[in-house]
Design a protein. Structure first.
Length: 160
């Protein structure tokens, strides 16, 4: 019996997204938290006044950051094991970077979704790489607050 392979929200998908971000960021290195934030922004660019989002605007997407951390870590390890990414220990923790093989590997992938991700990665890196960690977190916090207001069910007397 053939085993099914999950590609959506799998280490393969998150690893390729991280690879795209790190290749676009090259030669800069990013820590896990910045990769996590940029990954979220890359697929939800519409939330931060960017191009249309690649992923749908689901009401509970703020929880994605909590779930994504482990997926992205697994994806990073997968890409490192294949020689596409590298990891360096620094006084501030681990930093990740694209290896020389990343560009040719990504150039060999053809899919509309990947082209959209590459375009969004360019936009994210150009727009947010100069921002401090604090400023990125404040911006994302404001986005979460907006979602909370948009998706709260208004109280109606007599319902409960």
């Amino acid at each position: 019996m053939a085993e099914t392979v999950q590609t959506f929200n799998s280490p393969i998908e998150t690893g390729v997204r991280a690879l795209i971000l790190l290749a676009e960021s090259y030669p800069d290195q990013l820590d896990l938290q910045r990769i996590l934030e940029f990954d979220y922004i890359m697929v939800h660019t519409g939330d931060v006044d960017g191009p249309p989002s690649i992923h749908p605007a689901l009401p509970l997407r703020s929880g994605e950051l909590l779930v994504r951390r482990q997926l992205i870590e697994r994806g990073l390890m997968l890409m490192i094991s294949r020689g596409l990414l590298g990891r360096s220990a620094t006084p501030n923790g681990f930093m990740y970077h694209a290896e020389d093989a990343a560009g040719p590997f990504l150039d060999g992938l053809t899919a509309e979704y990947l082209d959209d991700l590459k375009d969004r990665a360019v936009w994210v890196v150009e727009r947010f790489s100069g921002m401090s960690d604090h400023d990125v977190r404040v911006m994302l916090s404001q986005v979460y607050d907006q979602w909370s207001r948009e998706f709260q069910v208004p109280e109606q007397p007599g319902l409960f």
